[in-house]
Design a protein around this ligand. Structure first.
Ligand code: G6P
Length: 361
């Protein structure tokens, strides 16, 4: 097992550092003048007027991330927890596209939601890391995220590859659903996707996450805030943190802080705030509400961002398109969780009570 980890102490760290490669693979051959998905040529999504993503755990956060590119472009889309799909019973017909997001392709909850969608007559797609997995076989079509094998129970590189693959898939769906009108600022998105591996490489070399993890190691609870694509990243940041450190962590939509969670905020609750470039002034105002109650605020944003000046600490991300900035922030949060768990000497690759793939409902 040690051999498989190479120079790294844990598979999780190795997989975090593999992201420049896994993301280059995720976009390879899929970007030229536009979004070019071999599996879904122009017209493939004609007649679709509603999109539902179903997923669990980290994949659900990637699904939320992908759904935003659709809603922001004016397409009816939502991400649903696969295990709530039956109980919430959303409308499905033959103009509905149901996208199962599952890196393993074997999660029982997600398979059950996918089967329900098939029974209701939806068009189905699986976004997965595993060729020939059950979900890939049972959906009409599949899109591979090409992340390579992931051993650590805490998903890292598969999340970023899912989010980028889903953002590209969303771009193709938008072109068909809106009859030719594509994503706004497509050139900016594609240039950012092309730069992503290099941006992450730079971030990994320069990250201060280990130092920040040390500085806040004695906290009572860890909060993560974000808005737009930053919101699923905040949820994912908190999930990763609790999974591998066993410390209490919660993610919130920045604007929700004042609607309840603020009651928990003290000088012992560091607030990690993700800035993606979408309504950042509002997010900053939300972070300041926490700072006023004495909480340390750690801004995840580019170097010259206004939040970097007012926050107590700063985790830097390269400047990029708002639809991909969250992925850079997520890498900083992955490193933060990793280093925090390492300080606590946790079994990082195999957290208690958790399994890589959950094949029971
Ligand atoms: C388990 C894993 C999570 C994962 C979830 C969904 O709970 O511990 O890391 O996000 O399953 O897995 P999937 O293979 O469907 O993406």
């Amino acid at each position: 097992e040690q051999a498989g980890k190479g120079e790294y102490d844990h598979f999780m760290l190795k997989e975090i550092y593999e992201q420049p490669t896994s993301l280059a693979q995720a976009v390879e051959g899929r970007i030229d003048d536009g979004i070019d998905l071999e599996e879904f040529p122009p017209g493939a999504f004609e007649g679709i007027d509603r999109v539902q993503f179903v997923a669990c755990g980290t994949s659900y956060h990637a699904a939320m991330y992908g759904a935003l590119s659709l809603t922001q472009a004016g397409v009816d889309a939502r991400a649903l927890l696969a295990n709530e799909y039956g109980a919430s019973s959303p409308p499905v017909d033959d103009r509905t596209l149901v996208v199962a997001v599952t890196q393993s392709g074997e999660t029982a909850d997600t398979l059950s939601a996918l089967r329900r969608a098939v029974r209701k007559g939806a068009r189905t797609v699986t976004v997965t890391n595993v060729v020939g997995s059950t979900a890939a076989r049972e959906a009409d079509d599949s899109l591979l995220i090409r992340a390579g094998p992931e051993i650590g129970v805490a998903a890292t590189k598969t999340f970023s590859s899912q989010a980028v693959a889903l953002t590209l898939l969303a771009g193709r769906i938008v072109e068909d659903a809106l009859a030719g009108d594509g994503l706004s600022d497509l050139d900016s998105l594609l240039a950012a996707a092309d730069r992503l591996p290099g941006d992450i490489e730079r971030l990994l070399t320069e990250s201060d996450a280990a130092e920040i993890a040390r500085r806040y190691r004695d906290s009572r609870s860890y909060f993560f805030l974000g808005r737009g694509q930053g919101y699923p990243v905040a949820l994912e940041g908190a999930l990763k943190f609790k999974e591998i450190t066993y410390e209490h962590a919660e993610g919130f939509a920045s604007g929700e802080l004042k609607h309840g969670p603020l009651a928990l905020v003290t000088e012992e609750t560091p607030v990690f705030t993700v800035f993606t470039g979408i309504e950042d002034d509002r997010t900053l105002a939300n972070a300041e509400e926490a700072a006023t109650r004495g909480a340390p605020v750690i801004a995840i944003c580019p170097a010259d961002h206004p939040a970097a000046d007012v926050a107590d600490a700063h985790l830097e991300i390269p400047e990029t398109d708002p639809r991909l900035a969250g992925l850079l922030a997520n890498v900083q949060l992955q490193l933060l969780s990793y280093h925090a768990a390492e300080l606590l000497d946790r079994p990082i690759d195999k957290p208690r009570n958790l399994a890589k793939s959950v094949t029971v409902e």
